[in-house]
Design a protein around this ligand. Structure first.
Ligand SMILES: [Zn+2]
Ligand SMILES: [Zn+2]
Ligand SMILES: [Zn+2]
Ligand SMILES: [Zn+2]
Length: 304
């Protein structure tokens, strides 16, 4: 929507915009958009904030009259040949009489000049916001270009370092625990082994001595019936004797941590919503899901 500006010459005498009675206009400040008499320029305008930097021109250079806005040349984009007569605040657009009777009846209609002010204010606000955004982003960019001084970078570096120390501490702690465990297991194991070995040795000794008897006595019956028992006991003597071994765990980069690129724009969508039957207390439970799929529950309690 283009507003056309044209210069309209006013007929009424122009007075100084500061004292409002001096008619001998001598200066115009472009920054303040003020017409001034010679006296006001010297006495009043100089006191304005950073007045020294203002561009104050001789009125002969710029002309006496201000630019006036002309809203008469705004053509309706939907009805050819028609001029816009109002601004619809409901639809945020300029409208002609046909527009009004067809679509905008009952809408918030205001004068074009008022619409102009509304739009101008909006534009100025957005303009200001854009400037702030630019400053903010440029600041961020400057921070990013100085990697070593970037607070976020420093913070992450610090946290990685903390993690390194914590993990080292944990490794020492678990190592000591494992040594303690080995010590205990080893003594239990020792006791068990001694008992087990003693039992096997006793059994073998018994069988050996009866073998001695058989060899000496050449007892045929016993030779045929007991020889197998001794060879079974000999072959089983090693079985059942156990030992303890160490199975080393593996360190992985994931245990130290990983880096993730995160967007600061979090899109949240509501999956489910519940409401209680309680009359005095209305509680709304929201089950939310964010972009990275983590689910959280927010409980809003409202007294009714
Ligand atoms: Zn004056
Ligand atoms: Zn000024
Ligand atoms: Zn129209
Ligand atoms: Zn409308």
């Amino acid at each position: 929507m283009a507003f056309s500006e044209s210069v309209r010459r006013e007929q009424a005498p122009v007075t100084c915009n500061l004292c409002e009675h001096g008619t001998k206009i001598k200066w115009k400040c472009l920054n303040c958009d003020l017409l001034m008499c010679a006296k006001c320029k010297e006495k009043i305008h100089v006191k304005f904030k950073s007045a020294k930097e203002h561009t104050v021109l001789d009125i002969k250079q710029v002309g006496l009259h201000r630019k006036e806005l002309d809203f008469s040349d705004l053509k309706c984009t939907e009805h050819s040949g028609q001029s816009c007569v109002m601004f619809c605040t409901t639809c945020d657009k300029l409208v002609c009489t046909s527009c009004i009777s067809k679509f905008h009846n009952g809408h918030g209609l205001v004068d074009i000049s008022e619409g102009y002010n509304i739009k101008m204010e909006k534009l100025k606000t957005e303009h200001k916001k854009a400037k702030e955004k630019i400053d903010e982003l440029l600041k961020r960019q400057r921070e990013l270009s100085h990697t070593k001084d970037n607070p976020k970078y420093k913070e992450i570096l610090k946290r990685i370092e903390v993690q390194r120390k914590d993990l080292k501490k944990d490794v020492d702690k678990y190592t000591e625990e494992l040594k303690g465990e080995l010590n205990k297991k080893w003594s239990d194991f020792q006791v068990e082994e001694v008992i087990k070995v003693k039992k096997v040795v006793n059994n073998l000794q018994e069988l050996s001595s009866s073998a001695d008897d058989i060899i000496r006595s050449k007892d045929i019956k016993k030779l045929f019936s007991e020889c197998a028992e001794l060879s079974r006991a000999v072959s089983k003597a090693d079985i059942g004797l156990s030992t303890i071994s160490f199975l080393p765990g593996k360190m992985s980069p994931y245990i130290v941590g990983s880096l993730q690129a995160l967007s600061n724009a979090v899109h949240i969508r509501i999956i489910r919503q519940f409401q209680t039957d309680t009359t005095k207390l209305g509680a709304i439970f929201l089950l939310l899901q964010t972009d990275n799929e983590s689910i959280c529950t927010i409980i809003c309690v409202k007294f009714v």
